[in-house]
Design a protein around this ligand. Structure first.
Ligand code: ZN
Ligand code: ZN
Length: 459
């Protein structure tokens, strides 16, 4: 298959489609060209408003179509009505989808445009939400959006977060050559790949041993904006594992240390430090604007809130963890590091039993009560920089290759488990509960602002 163009993030309206939905939609659209409607939530984004597709209604049989007046097949009025009523009831955008021939470029025909002008003003009145049309080839997408306020705007890009973080546009973008600082890197990632990293907004949740490595490397890679979330301060026992930390940093906020390191690695980086717990509305609101989230905090509450943000706002992420079992006699068990890809619409951390609800309930209490409720108060868990590095490197490599479209498989989302004592490396596909309230269309998948982050702070 021809190599797909890599496009840096665009300014303006975007649509994100979870990769499972895109797989289903692609099979329906190509090569024979069936019609469909996407239902989408809404959220603000770093570069413009975002539509968040969460469900797909495919036109699967002849009753869904009528012969078009101008030679096209058109969606039948009853199919359109039923989909529009669902969009109204769910406060969702209604996006009619079809395919054209070709590969890297796509545009609406004059027949398409005429049919939008005939039909969309009425549909917009029915739903009270954004309505619009989309046209796809396997590598390109264009959209014509009719907004609830009466205006009309083109869709700048369609984002599909899977094994690769795909961005489809009406035609491929060319980028100016990377600056000399990133010349060697751009020889692998391409100039558009480097430009992509420069425009991404990435969050690191948890700035301890793993998080400090992530921040250092993301800044050196040339990621444009970093959101840094941690409410903790540096302690003497942290120093061997915190990148570029010294004795003078004891007592300082971990966000300050991380910001200083990122700035030194890349003076032009934009930093948004939030010295709060992740469930604080200020942190959640910043998180919901990101293109990618690294979860390097190990508390049940951090896992829960990041998991919820990934699913509700369709933001891909990766959870990084290290487990070192040592019993009271000092016997060391099977050490492992885990790097788990979190994709919207895929088996989430709840589905995979990776959030402990008892621990989560304790985490949601005020600090004094949390400390009192811990079953082993004050016993530090083992932590070693080399193991943190192994997990962080796996997560960072995955991110770089995904953001620049270099993974072989768009659908690979397996977790990577390293067991350094036996030198094994295993892949684990996540499982999904059919009715998960977070990662399925029946739950909060893609609901964006309509299940506002602050509202979701009540479980
Ligand atoms: Zn068309
Ligand atoms: Zn789930």
């Amino acid at each position: 298959m021809a190599r797909r163009p890599v496009n840096p993030p665009a300014e303006g309206w975007s649509l994100t489609i979870p990769h499972r939905l895109w797989t289903e939609l692609s099979a329906h659209l190509f090569p024979f060209g069936g019609g469909a409607v996407l239902l989408a939530g809404h959220a603000e984004g770093a570069r413009g408003p975002r539509l968040l597709a969460y469900d797909l209604i495919t036109a699967t049989n002849d009753t869904a179509y009528i012969p078009g007046e101008y030679g096209h097949r058109a969606l039948a009025p009853s199919f359109v009505r039923d989909a529009a009523v669902r969009a109204r009831d769910e406060s969702a955008a209604y996006l009619a989808v079809h395919a054209h021939g070709g590969l890297d470029r796509v545009r609406f025909s004059s027949v398409d445009t005429a049919s939008h002008e005939r039909g969309y003003p009425a549909l917009r009145q029915i739903t009270g939400q954004t309505v619009g049309g989309l046209v796809f080839t396997p590598h390109a997408a264009a959209g014509d959006l009719w907004l609830a306020d009466g205006s009309r705007t083109p869709l700048a890009e369609t984002v599909i977060p899977g094994g690769n973080l795909l961005r489809l546009r009406p035609c491929p973008v060319t980028a100016t050559p990377a600056g000399p600082g990133h010349d060697r890197q751009a020889r692998l990632l391409g100039d558009v790949g480097q430009a992509t990293l420069n425009r991404l907004r990435v969050a690191v949740v948890g700035l301890g041993g793993v998080g400090s490595i992530l921040v250092e490397e993301l800044a050196r890679l040339g990621v444009g904006t970093l959101v840094l979330i941690d409410d903790d301060t540096v302690e003497a026992t942290n120093l061997p594992r915190l990148v570029a930390a010294g004795k003078d940093d004891i007592g300082q906020l971990k966000t300050d240390l991380a910001a200083r390191n990122a700035q030194r690695a890349n003076p032009r980086i934009r930093l948004i430090p939030k010295a709060t717990r992740v469930e604080h509305p200020e942190a959640l609101n910043e998180l919901a604007l990101c293109d990618w989230i690294f979860l390097a905090a190990d508390s049940a509450s951090a896992r829960h809130w990041v998991n919820a943000t990934v699913q509700q706002f369709l933001i891909p992420g990766v959870q990084v963890g290290v487990k070192i079992p040592v019993d009271s006699a000092g016997c060391v068990g099977q050490i492992h590091t885990a790097t788990r890809i979190m994709l919207p619409g895929d088996g989430c951390l709840w589905c995979n039993r990776l959030i402990d609800s008892t621990q989560l309930a304790i985490d949601m209490h005020p600090k004094a009560e949390r400390d009192a409720a811990r079953y082993v108060p004050g016993v530090p868990v083992p932590s070693v920089i080399t193991l943190n590095t192994l997990a962080a490197a796996e997560a960072l490599n995955h991110f770089v290759l995904a953001a620049t479209g270099l993974h072989d498989d768009d659908h690979d989302h397996a977790a990577v488990i390293h067991r350094p004592r036996t030198r094994q490396r295993d892949l684990q596909d996540p499982r999904q509960d059919a009715n998960c309230r977070w990662c399925t269309p029946a739950g909060r998948l893609g609901r964006g602002d309509s299940g506002s982050v602050v509202q979701t702070a009540t479980l």
